[in-house]
Design a protein around this ligand. Sequence first.
Ligand code: ATP
Ligand code: MG
Length: 421
Amino acid sequence: MHNPSPARACGIDFGTSNSTVGWWRPDAEPLLVLEGDQQTLPSVVFFNVEERRPVYGRLALSEYLEGYEGRLMRSLKSLLGSKLLKSETTVLGSAMPFKDILGLFLNTLKQRAEEQADRSFDEVVLGRPVFFVDDDPQADKEAADTLATAARKIGFKDVSFQYEPIAAAFDYESRIEREERVLIVDIGGGTSDFSLVRLAPERRQIDDRQDDILATSGVHIGGTDFDKQLSLQGVMPLFGYGSRMKSDAPMPTSTHLNLATWHTINAVYAPASLRALQSMRYDIVDPTGIDRLFSLIEQRAGHWLAMQIEQGKIELTEHERYLIDFARIEPGLEATLTRPVFETAIEPLLERIRANVSQLLVSAGLKHEDIDTVFFTGGSSAIPALRQGVATLLPRARHVEGNRFGSIGSGLAIEARKRYG
Ligand SMILES: Nc1ncnc2c1ncn2[C@@H]1O[C@H](COP(=O)(O)OP(=O)(O)OP(=O)(O)O)[C@@H](O)[C@H]1O
Ligand SMILES: [Mg+2]
């Protein structure tokens, strides 16, 4: 039998936190190296003012943390389908539409993949969450259209989509030996996506797998939301969140909410936002917290803070507590994040995730004992409370862990080969 040739097209998993590009070749691992020796490129752009150029991925994060002046953009995917997408941000002294920043990032993925593969790609299968936007089909369609338009603009002639949890299913299917009914659980940075699928080694070659996709669902909850809740409950109170005004009303929360949300951090630095805070200062009973907030804003330390919180969240997967040192804000100031605080903070979100899984089973007309395997992927699927929650719903199923950051990209590579040859 002659050796099949490499696929024409690639698959791109543009993630809220991390992106990958998969390219199918015989007997090779599909993910392409995108930065250093890594197969993921963090979905981050940093506009470095001193060097007057954008940088991407880990390099962007490290230049930002080294203290270069500039503008950091994370969680770009969260802007798809939001009103902010139509707005602009100021980078390197001029206004730049978010769509163009999205284009810059996608183009970087394409170029790096082409360099690694030593060929160009004209066709692509883009991964997409089951819903970019919950309960708003119009906004959801706009989000997908925006992503497809951006992909065409950087040179892809043919662009098609596959649901992320279906792509993950195909990755898992490449490794199984007998037929299984599988619940795919993909909890990433921005969304939780699920699919119920029938997988089998002998069904891999079938082009139309519609009959094997028993149900899909998703909800706009992911790691960035966990970061936000941990921030609001574990850290923001130190910075005045919940302070009382002299009128006995609570202090307005918009600055804290913006600061706790990755894609709105830059809004906190806007002069109007700062003026509003300053005018509030003397109406607050105890200004200790708001004064720390001023210091944080003056240092442009919003992303630094969010990174500390995210790091704390990740550490809480393995450990009981994590300490954030706030000496740069105030000598001796620190915050201890603990697992119980984290779990309490995210419980309402976990409840919605569990409800989504239960609903998925109902919509497929299946009972929990009909499911053989739960396949976990996505960075946030590591969270113990989340796994336990899903495990209780499916007590009899076997648990399998995929490549947490690579399953979608690998599955999209398989799909791209099927679609484009
Ligand atoms: N060990 C861990 N414990 C808890 N959370 C983690 C861990 N490792 C990574 N994460 C979180 O996982 C998220 C990133 O996961 P992933 O790369 O799968 O997301 P994504 O594919 O970019 O997002 P999406 O698919 O939702 O668009 C981040 O929020 C990160 O903080
Ligand atoms: Mg993902």
